[in-house]
Design a protein around this ligand. Structure first.
Ligand code: NFS
Ligand code: SF4
Length: 654
């Protein structure tokens, strides 16, 4: 265990710092310790030139042969190996979201058929969606309509030719045109995943340009049959988020309550846990507790906070630390971003780690099975187990960092439009567009994605946000990055102190028209699959302006990215023509062709995503420098649209 590095260098979160010290005292190892053990990382792996695709290898090569060979045993070059590895990484990002979407639509189908115990809460969304899909709505029962919608979605897992239905539903026409000309329109999510794996197999595709187009196609699979489909199905099942107040930081775990943490991504699991925690609250009181307290971690947190205002304990990198409070009776997990180490940490306490998905089991955890039909049984069983563990808690080992921070969340596009409608009922997007045109809002940047123990937790996410806000850039946020912003007050009107004057003015005006002191400077739009909401916002703005998404003065950023999902989501946005910043580099620098194609940095390779799609990848570890790189690109796009620029306004904060 590495006790030499001060905890203040590992995480910005004071609660996480306190718990890291407790972990050291109790000799419990965490990801922060293990991250240091891995340094320095292998350069072949970091730059993408290690190939393990067959048993002749592994082959480790370099582009010009300066370190080791120039080609693998089969003759594969650095460009080929890097492109193949990147495609397989993007598949690993997209596949969990596609599976997430399939689980949500399968649940909706079972509910519609009366086989699963969920209520369809998003009836408005269901009707809107059905109309958008061209279905007949009038005279149909909710369940019959839900069945038709779910079956329409299921087509994207079955069709053998044609174009993904959800892409046709959600894609902007101008972008669809570009993708069609490039021949990258996906057909069926499962088919595309299988094709991509086939392409990367040993002895299959070796043309790096074709592999790169395969990467962009997988970005579209991620975007439409991963993100959009998940959000749409979940909004039908659980309702579209509305503005809600919540709390952040470890202090949301409460000493005198039975505490259950929900962690992972799938709201079909976490929604049932919260439902049963309400039903069984009295039993907790009978045990001497004040009740049952549900707290969230990672994107399960996002799903519950957006729709139910559930408080958030922490984000990815410090998930183990929530258990180290000694006050969790259970941690319920489903899929994605769950550290295998959790079982070992839970074992040091009375905490029961419970896995739920039939296909995802964890070594050392107990399992309570979730299927749509068994959802109630699962919810009750999990909460009852937590109740049993409450008397087992060792009060002497409980240490909960005390502070919490207030946050406003629930900014679905529908909610944003409703807030704007108080300024202009007829044309709600107009006030936003005028603010952008006048330069009161310089542009919009989506801060999304993860935390990563390679980066001081929450630091890059918050620094980037603050630098952008200072320069009048409106932030929309999702995933664990949104949690970083939430922990540090940037999801609250109090965050206005970080904004440039012009942006603060706009946020105050919209907020006050809606009975709030101001809107927060970062609008939390949901989980990582809810990056679809950010896409919807961009498409709505672009359509209202009559331009392509690629022309908008907007960008995306994932300053502390760790997951391949951040890369597949980033690919989706690049395909829309949105620049995407990452703070931890992707394994692409071993191939000049791949690196130049994605980053559009100068080089001999003519074709770049910037030229084809209008967006590029920007790697920059320093968040303040990154903010200015994004601002420069935003200004370039503003100029192309003929909008005023900061120099005309005389108010650039540098
Ligand atoms: Ni997104 Fe959400 Fe968090 Fe990163 Fe993981 S939980 S799906 S991948 S770490 S943001
Ligand atoms: Fe080596 Fe080629 Fe096999 Fe990769 S596919 S491990 S480069 S021989």
């Amino acid at each position: 265990m590495n006790k030499l590095i001060p905890v203040t260098e590992l995480t910005l979160d004071p609660g996480a710092q306190e718990l890291l010290l407790k972990a050291h005292e109790e000799d419990i190892e965490t990801a922060f310790d293990r991250a240091k053990e891995q340094e320095p990382h292998c350069k072949f792996g970091l730059t993408g030139v290690c190939c393990r695709r067959c048993l002749q290898g592994p082959c480790r090569i370099t582009y010009n042969g300066t370190k080791g060979a120039k080609r693998g045993i089969c003759g594969a070059t650095a460009d080929q190996i890097v492109a193949r590895n990147l495609l397989s990484l993007i598949v690993e990002g997209a596949a969990p979201h596609v599976e997430h979407a399939r689980e949500a639509l399968h649940t909706l189908l079972e509910v519609a058929e009366g086989k699963a115990p969920y209520e369809i809460k998003g009836k408005d969304k269901l009707i809107t969606l059905a109309k958008q899909l061209g279905l007949t709505v009038d005279g149909k029962e909710v369940n019959a309509l839900a069945e038709e919608v779910a079956l329409a979605a299921l087509e994207d897992f079955q069709r053998q030719s044609g174009i993904s239905r959800w892409l046709r539903l959600r894609g902007q026409e101008k972008s669809v045109q570009t993708w069609s000309e490039l021949g990258i329109l996906p057909t069926n999510a499962h088919l595309e995943i299988a094709n991509a794996i086939n392409k990367t197999a040993m002895g299959c595709e070796s043309d790096p340009v074709s592999l790169l187009l395969g990467i962009m196609r997988m970005g579209l699979v991620e975007g439409f049959d991963g993100l959009h489909l998940s959000t749409d199905m979940q909004d039908v099942l659980f309702g579209t988020p509305k503005l809600v107040k919540t709390q952040y930081r470890m202090g949301v775990i409460k000493e005198d309550y039975v505490n259950i943490a929900v962690h992972g991504h799938i709201p079909m699991v976490s929604e049932k846990v919260i439902e049963w925690s309400r039903k069984l609250d009295r039993e907790a009181k009978a045990l001497g507790a004040k009740g049952i307290n549900i707290v969230g971690i990672c994107c399960s947190a996002n799903e519950l906070l957006m729709r139910q205002g559930v408080a958030v304990a922490t984000n990815y990198a410090s998930q183990e630390l929530a258990i180290i409070t000694g006050a969790l009776e259970a941690m319920v997990v489903d899929a994605q971003c769950i550290m295998p180490s959790l079982a070992k940490v839970a074992n040091c306490y009375h905490t029961e780690l419970i896995s739920t998905l039939p296909n995802i089991k964890l070594e050392g955890a107990s399992h309570v099975n979730w299927t749509p039909e068994e959802a109630d049984k699962m919810g009750e069983e999990i909460v009852r187990r937590a109740l049993v563990h409450y008397p087992e808690r060792d009060q002497a080992r409980v240490q909960i960092p005390s502070d919490t921070v207030e946050a406003y969340t629930g900014f679905s596009v529908e909610q944003i439009v409703e807030l704007l409608a108080t300024l202009n009922q007829e044309d709600p997007l107009l006030p936003l567009i005028e603010a952008i045109a006048k330069g009161d809002i310089l542009g919009v940047v989506a801060i999304v994605g993860c935390t990563n123990p390679k980066v001081k937790q929450d630091w890059a996410n918050t620094e980037l946000a603050k630098e952008l806000m200072k320069n009048n850039v409106l932030i929309v946020a999702s995933g664990c990055s949104a949690h970083s912003l939430g922990k540090f007050g940037l999801l609250s009107p109090a965050g206005l102190e970080f904004c440039g004057e012009r942006l603060a003015g706009v946020l105050t005006a919209i907020g006050q028209a809606n009975g709030l002191p101001a809107l927060p400077p970062a609008l939390h739009m949901g989980s990582c699959v809810d990056n679809s909401r950010i896409d919807n916002l961009l498409v709505a703005l672009a359509n209202r302006l009559g331009v392509g998404v690629r022309e908008l003065p907007v960008a995306g950023a994932s300053p502390e990215n760790h997951s391949p999902k951040a890369l597949s989501i980033g690919t989706f946005f690049i395909a829309q023509g949105v620049d995407v910043h990452i703070g931890v580099n992707a394994p692409i620098t071993g191939s000049p062709l791949v690196e130049q194609a994605l980053t559009a940095n100068k080089g001999e390779f003519a074709v770049t995503t910037d030229e084809l799609f209008g967006g590029k990848l920007i790697y920059e570890a320093d968040p303040v420098v990154a903010a200015h790189k994004l601002i420069d690109r935003i200004i370039k796009k503003r100029k192309a649209l003929g909008l005023v620029c900061p120099e005309d306004l005389g108010s650039v904060a540098k």
